[in-house]
Design a protein around this ligand. Structure first.
Ligand code: KG4
Ligand code: ZN
Length: 354
C-alpha cells in the first residue's frame, strides 16, 4: 500500500511517499527558515501562504522521484495537529481534497507521533518497548512507548521546550533564527566551564523539565558582561553558547537515564529537532553504553519536521489496524493543541504490534 503524507504544521512543507511493504520511497522538503529569519521567528500568516505555494510542486517531485502516478496512491496522510492553525489547514485541505478526488482514505496524524516513530525509519530499527525523548521547538516530553499507538507520558516541560530554550537564548546572544543549530555550532569553539549556569529541576525527583529559568540566567550573565565591558567578546559569546548547550543537554540526558531506570527499559529513542544536536547525541550514546542499553536516532535529515515521518506514522497505524480505511468521510478539522495521550490505545493493543 502506497501512502502519501503531508506535513505543514509549522515552517517546513514536507511531502513524502511511504510503502507499507518497502518503507520510504521518496520525500521532499521546503524549509521556510530563510523567509522567517528577518523577523527573528515564525510568522504564522507567512508560513500558511508559503505552504500553499510549495505543496503541489513538492507533491509532483515525490511522485516523480518514486516513479509513481496518482493512480498508484492508496491513502493520504496529513498532520492534523498540534501546530499553527492556518499552516495545518493548508496540509489538511490539500490532503483531504486529494483523498476526496481520488476516493481514497484520509489519515489524520498527530505530529508528535510522527516524530516518535521516525527513528524506525533508520537502521538498526528499535524494537518496542522503548522510552522516547521528544525534543522539538514546541515540546519536551519523555514517553513510554509500548507499541504503535501505545504511548504514556512520563514527564514533560512545565514551561519552555528544549528547542525553545536553544532558540530564545540564541536570540538573547544575537544569533540567528533558528537558534539551536547556530548556538550549537558556536558552542564548538567555546568552553562550557566558563559560565556556571543552572540545571533546572535536575534533582526534582520526577521526570519533568523546566527551561525558562535558564533563559533568565543567560540574560543575567549577558547584562552583567555588558555592564562591565559594554559588549560581548566573540570568545565570551562562544563560551556562553557552550555553557547553555551543556546545561540543556545535562538535564535532558539525566532525565532520560532516570526514565530508563524507572521503566526498566534498555532502549531509548530520541526524536524531534533537538535530536540533531551533536552533544546530546554523543552524551546519550555514552550513557547508554555505560548502562548496557541502546539509543536510536532518526536519520539526521528526518530529525526536524518532514513529510516522511507523517506518511510513515500513517503506515504504522494502518499496519497496526488503527485506521478505518473504509471511511469515506472527508469532513476535517485541525487541532492546534492536541495531547498525544489522546490517541493512545493503552499498552496491550500496542504490544500486539510490536
Ligand atoms: O522538530 P522541529 O523541527 O520542529 C518542531 O516541531 O518544533 O524542531 C525545531 C527545533 C528548533 O527549536 C531548533 O532550534 C532545534 O529544533 N534544533 C536544534 C538543532 N537543530 C534543530 N537544537 C539544538 N541543536 C541542533 N543541532
Ligand atoms: Zn516537529
Amino acid at each position: 500500500m502506497n501512502i502519501i503524507g503531508f506535513e505543514s504544521s509549522c515552517d517546513e512543507t514536507g511531502v513524502a511517499l511511504v510503502s507499507t511493504e518497502k518503507g520510504l520511497l521518496s520525500h521532499a522538503l521546503h524549509t521556510q527558515i530563510a523567509m522567517h529569519r528577518e523577523y527573528g521567528g515564525v510568522v504564522p500568516e507567512l508560513a500558511s501562504r508559503d505552504h500553499i505555494r510549495r505543496v503541489l510542486p513538492l507533491t509532483r517531485q515525490v511522485l516523480d522521484e518514486a516513479g509513481l502516478t496518482m493512480d498508484q496512491i492508496d491513502a493520504v496522510a496529513y498532520t492534523a495537529g498540534p501546530g499553527l492553525a492556518g499552516a495545518l489547514l493548508v496540509g489538511a485541505s490539500v490532503a483531504q481534497s486529494f483523498a476526496w478526488a481520488r476516493d481514497l482514505p484520509a489519515i489524520p496524524i498527530h505530529h508528535l507521533e510522527g516524530h516518535l516513530l521516525s527513528p524506525l525509519l533508520a537502521e538498526p530499527r528499535p524494537q518496542f518497548p522503548f522510552v522516547a525523548l521528544l525534543v522539538s521547538g514546541g515540546h519536551t516530553q519523555l514517553m513510554r512507548v509500548d507499541g504503535v499507538g501505545a504511548y504514556e507520558l512520563l514527564g514533560e516541560t512545565l514551561d519552555d521546550a528544549a528547542g525553545e530554550a536553544f532558540d530564545k537564548t540564541a536570540k538573547l546572544m544575537g544569533l540567528g533564527y533558528p537558534g539551536g543549530p547556530a548556538l550549537s555550532k558556536l558552542a564548538e569553539r567555546g568552553d562550557a566551564a566558563s559560565f556556571d549556569l543552572p540545571r533546572p529541576m535536575l534533582h526534582s525527583g520526577d521526570l519533568d523539565f523546566s527551561f525558562s529559568g535558564l533563559k533568565t540566567a543567560v540574560l543575567t550573565r549577558l547584562k552583567s558582561i555588558e555592564k562591565r565591558s559594554g559588549h560581548l567578546e566573540p570568545q565570551q559569546q562562544a563560551d556562553l553558547a557552550a555553557a547553555t548547550q551543556a546545561a540543556i543537554v545535562d538535564v535532558l540526558a539525566e532525565k532520560s537515564l532516570k526514565a530508563m531506570k524507572r521503566t526498566g527499559f534498555k532502549r531509548l529513542v530520541v526524536a524531534g529537532g533537538v535530536g540533531a544536536n551533536r552533544l546530546l547525541r554523543d552524551r546519550l550514546v555514552l550513557a547508554m553504553k555505560k548502562m548496557g542499553g541502546e539509543v536510536f536516532f532518526p536519520p539526521l535529515d528526518l530529525c526536524t519536521d518532514n513529510g516522511a515521518m507523517i506518511a510513515y506514522a500513517a503506515a504504522c497505524r494502518v499496519q497496526a489496524g488503527l485506521v478505518d480505511l473504509a471511511s469515506g468521510d472527508h469532513a476535517f478539522t485541525v487541532r492546534p493543541r492536541w495531547d498525544l495521550q489522546e490517541i493512545s490505545q493503552g499498552r496491550a493493543e500496542g504490544e500486539a504490534h510490536a
